[in-house]
Design a protein around this ligand. Structure first.
Ligand SMILES: Cc1cc2nc3c(=O)[nH]c(=O)nc-3n(C[C@H](O)[C@H](O)[C@H](O)COP(=O)(O)OP(=O)(O)OC[C@H]3O[C@@H](n4cnc5c(N)ncnc54)[C@H](O)[C@@H]3O)c2cc1C
Length: 579
C-alpha cells in the first residue's frame, strides 16, 4: 500500500543542514523533514571541534582573511565568490545560533571564546588565528540540539525513520516530489512537493577506516545521480590525520588547536619539516600526507609500523578537562591509552566529502558547465558541492557551511514555492522503487551484501585513499565493476515488512557503490595532485589543465561520463601552497 502526502517543501535529512533549511522554510510554507534517523542522531551531532567565523573576539580577524584561508586551503578549486559570501555571512550566522541559545564556551569577559584550527590564519598566512567558536568538543551536538528546538517551536512536521529512495521529476525536469520507505511498516510513501532540499550528509562509509557514522552512505547524491543530475568533484575526499589507530574514530583537530602535536615513532615533531610556519596546524591534506610519508620512510610505530602519535600530555590538565573532554575519553575507552600521560596512536581516517550535488550559492541544484538550474531542487550540507571547500576543506568550515547555506537554500526554496504550482507525479510514481526492493526481496539465494561492502571498504582504503595512482585507481574501477555485478544478484534473509534494516542496508550499499564509482572516475581523469587528491604518478598541481571542476554523469548503460566546469575565480591568484 502506498500513502500519498502533499507539502510545499520537503527537506530530506535532519542534520544541521536540513534543520537550518527547515527553520527558514517553515516560517513561510508547509514543510516536512524526512529523515532516516531520528534527527538528533544525525552525524552533525558528532562534530567536535568548532564552527568558525571572523568574530575577532580574541584576536583581530576579518572575513576577508577567512575567505583567503578557505580558498588557499581548498587549493584554489574553491569558487571564490561562494567563499567570500560564506565568510561574510558567517558572523551573523554565529550570533543567530547564540541568540537561539547555543551554549558556546566563553572568554573571561563573557564573549564567545575562539580557538585555533588548521589552516586558519591572520593576515593571509602570517600566523595561526583564533577563529573557531566552540562548545567544548561537542560543538556539533549543541548546534543540532539548538536547531532541532527551533524546528519544534515552528511545528515542522517530521517523518523519522523514513528513507528517501527516489526523486520524482516530470517530463520537463521539474521537481515533483520523492518516494520514501517507512522502516517501521515497510510501506512506501509518495511525497508530492514543489521544492525538495537534499541534506543527506556524506559517504565516508565506503572506506574501511572512517570517522563517519554508519548512516553516511551517500543516499542523496546517488538518488539524484540516478535521475540524471551530475556529481561534482567527487575525487575530492578528505582524510583527517588524527583518527584513532585502526578504528578511525575522530580525535578533533581542536586537540592541535589547543597545542597538541603529532610525533613519529622516534618522538620527532615531524610537521616542523613539512610546514615550518604553522607546523601541526597545517591543513588536513598536508598533515595526512606527511604521516603517510613518515610511515613510508619507516618512522611509523605500532606492531605494523603504520601509526603515528598525537601528544597532548604536555597540556594543562584543566584545559584538557574543560575543552577536550570527549576525545580524551575516546582514547581511554577505545585504545586504553591515558592522553594526559602518553601519546595516542593515530592514523588518517576518511572524514569528509568535498564533492557532491552541484549547487549555486542559493542551494539550487545546477547542471552542466553553464549551471542550468533544476527547478525546485536544492541541496545543502555535506551532500552538496557549492563549492566552498574546493579540494580540501578547512576544519570548522563545514558546520559553518550548514548554517549559512542551509539558511540561503531554505530562503530561496520558500521564494520558489510561492511562485510554483504543485505538479502532479506520473501514474504510480513508486513503481521503480517497488521494483528495486522486490528485486532484493525476491531472490532466495544470491550474493551477500556484507561481503560486498567489506570488499568495497577494504579496497577503497588500499587503492583510493591518501595516495593514488593510475594503476591503483584502474584496479579499483575494475573491482567496483565486479562488485556491481555481484550487487545485481544480492539476496537477504529477512523478508519481513517491519524494521527490515537488512533491506535498507542493502539499498544503502547500492548508494555507496555509486558514490565510490563516481569518486574513482573523477580521481582517474584528474591527472594532477591538488588538495586531498594526491596522485603519486602526477605529484604536482597543474593549473594550466586542471583548474576546473569535474562533473560525473551516470549514463543509462551504467557507464560514467565526465564533463568539466570552470572554477569561479575572484581576488586570489593561485600560488604555491606553503605553510
Ligand atoms: C566525527 C566528526 C567530527 C566533525 N567535526 C566537525 C567540526 O568540529 N567542525 C566542522 O565544521 N565539521 C565537523 N565535521 C563535519 C560535519 O560535522 C559534517 O560535514 C556535517 O555535520 C554534515 O551535516 P549534514 O547536515 O550535511 O548531514 P548529517 O548531519 O550527516 O545528516 C544527514 C541527515 O540525512 C538523513 N538521511 C541520509 N540519507 C537519507 C535518506 N535516504 N532518507 C532520509 N534521510 C536521510 C539522516 O537521517 C540525517 O538526518 C565532523 C564530522 C565528523 C564525522
Amino acid at each position: 500500500m502506498t500513502t500519498t502526502h502533499a507539502y510545499d517543501a520537503l527537506v530530506i535529512g535532519g542534520g544541521g543542514g536540513g534543520l537550518r533549511a527547515a527553520i527558514e522554510l517553515s516560517e513561510r510554507c508547509r514543510t516536512a523533514v524526512i529523515s532516516k534517523l531520528y534527527p538528533t542522531r544525525s552525524h552533525t551531532g558528532a562534530a567536535q571541534g568548532g564552527v568558525c567565523a571572523a568574530l575577532g573576539n580574541v584576536e583581530e580577524d576579518s572575513p576577508e582573511w577567512h575567505a583567503f584561508d578557505t580558498v588557499k586551503g581548498g587549493d584554489y578549486l574553491v569558487d571564490q565568490p561562494a567563499a567570500l559570501l560564506m565568510t561574510e555571512e558567517a558572523v551573523e550566522a554565529i550570533y543567530q545560533l547564540e541568540r537561539w541559545g547555543l551554549p558556546f564556551n566563553r572568554t573571561s569577559d563573557g564573549r564567545i571564546d575562539q580557538r585555533r584550527f588548521g589552516g586558519h590564519t591572520r593576515n593571509h598566512g602570517e600566523a595561526p588565528v583564533r577563529r573557531a567558536c566552540y562548545a567544548a568538543d561537542r560543538t556539533g551536538h549543541m548546534i543540532l540540539q539548538t536547531l532541532y528546538q527551533q524546528c519544534v517551536k515552528r511545528d515542522v512536521r517530521f517523518f523519522n525513520e523514513f528513507y528517501c529512495l527516489d526523486l520524482l521529476r516530470d517530463d520537463a525536469g521539474i521537481t515533483v516530489g520523492i518516494v520514501a520507505f517507512e522502516l517501521a511498516t515497510g510501506e512506501l510513501h509518495v511525497f508530492r512537493a514543489k521544492a525538495v532540499v537534499f541534506a543527506t550528509g556524506g559517504y565516508g562509509r565506503m572506506f574501511r577506516v572512517t570517522s563517519n557514522a554508519h548512516a553516511l552512505t551517500g543516499d542523496g547524491p546517488s538518488v539524484v545521480w540516478r535521475r540524471g543530475i551530475p556529481l561534482e568533484d567527487m575525487e575530492m575526499f578528505q582524510f583527517h590525520p588524527t583518527g584513532l589507530a585502526r578504528l578511525g574514530v575522530l580525535l578533533s583537530e581542536a586537540a592541535r588547536g589547543e597545542g597538541g602535536i603529532v610525533l613519529n615513532s622516534e618522538g620527532e615533531r615531524f610537521m616542523e619539516r613539512y610546514a615550518p610556519t604553522i607546523k601541526d596546524l597545517a591543513p588536513r591534506d598536508m598533515v595526512s600526507r606527511a604521516i603517510y610519508q613518515e610511515i613510508k620512510e619507516g618512522r611509523g610505530g605500532g606492531p605494523a609500523g603504520d601509526q603515528v602519535y598525537l601528544d597532548i600530555s604536555h597540556l594543562d590538565p584543566k584545559v584538557i578537562e574543560e575543552k577536550l573532554p570527549d576525545i580524551t575519553e575516546f582514547a581511554r575507552i577505545y585504545l586504553k591509552v591515558e592522553p594526559m600521560e602518553e601519546p595516542v596512536p593515530i592514523q588518517p581516517t576518511a572524514h569528509y566529502a568535498m564533492g557532491g550535488i552541484p549547487t549555486d550559492t542559493d542551494g539550487r541544484v545546477v547542471v552542466g558547465a553553464d549551471e542550468d538550474v533544476v527547478p525546485g531542487l536544492y541541496a545543502v550540507g555535506e551532500c552538496a558541492c557549492v563549492s566552498v571547500h574546493g579540494a580540501n576543506r578547512l576544519g570548522t568550515n563545514s558546520l559553518l557551511d550548514l548554517v549559512v547555506f542551509g539558511r540561503r537554500a531554505g530562503d530561496d526554496a520558500a521564494r520558489y514555492v510561492r511562485e510554483a504550482d504543485l505538479a502532479t507525479p506520473s501514474e504510480r510514481p513508486e513503481q521503480p522503487t517497488l521494483e528495486l526492493l522486490d528485486g532484493i526481496l525476491g531472490r532466495t539465494t544470491g550474493d551477500n551484501a556484507g561481503e560486498i561492502r567489506k570488499e568495497l571498504q577494504d579496497n577503497m582504503f588500499e587503492l583510493a585513499f591518501v595516495v593514488r595512482s593510475d594503476e591503483s585507481l584502474t584496479k579499483m574501477q575494475q573491482i567496483i565493476a565486479s562488485l556491481r555485478d555481484r550487487y545485481e544478484r544480492v539476496a537477504i534473509t529477512d523478508k519481513g515488512a517491519r524494521y527490515n534494516t537488512d533491506l535498507m542496508e542493502t539499498v544503502e550499499l547500492g548508494y555507496l557503490l555509486d558514490c565510490a564509482d563516481a569518486l574513482v572516475a573523477g580521481a582517474l581523469v584528474r591527472t594532477e595532485s591538488r588538495g586531498a587528491h594526491f596522485r603519486e604518478d602526477h605529484p604536482l598541481r597543474d593549473d594550466a589543465n586542471w583548474l576546473k571542476h569535474t562533473l560525473a554523469y551516470r549514463e543509462p548503460d551504467g557507464s560514467i561520463r565526465i564533463e568539466y566546469k570552470a572554477v569561479k575565480m575572484g581576488p586570489y591568484v593561485p600560488m604555491e601552497r606553503k605553510y
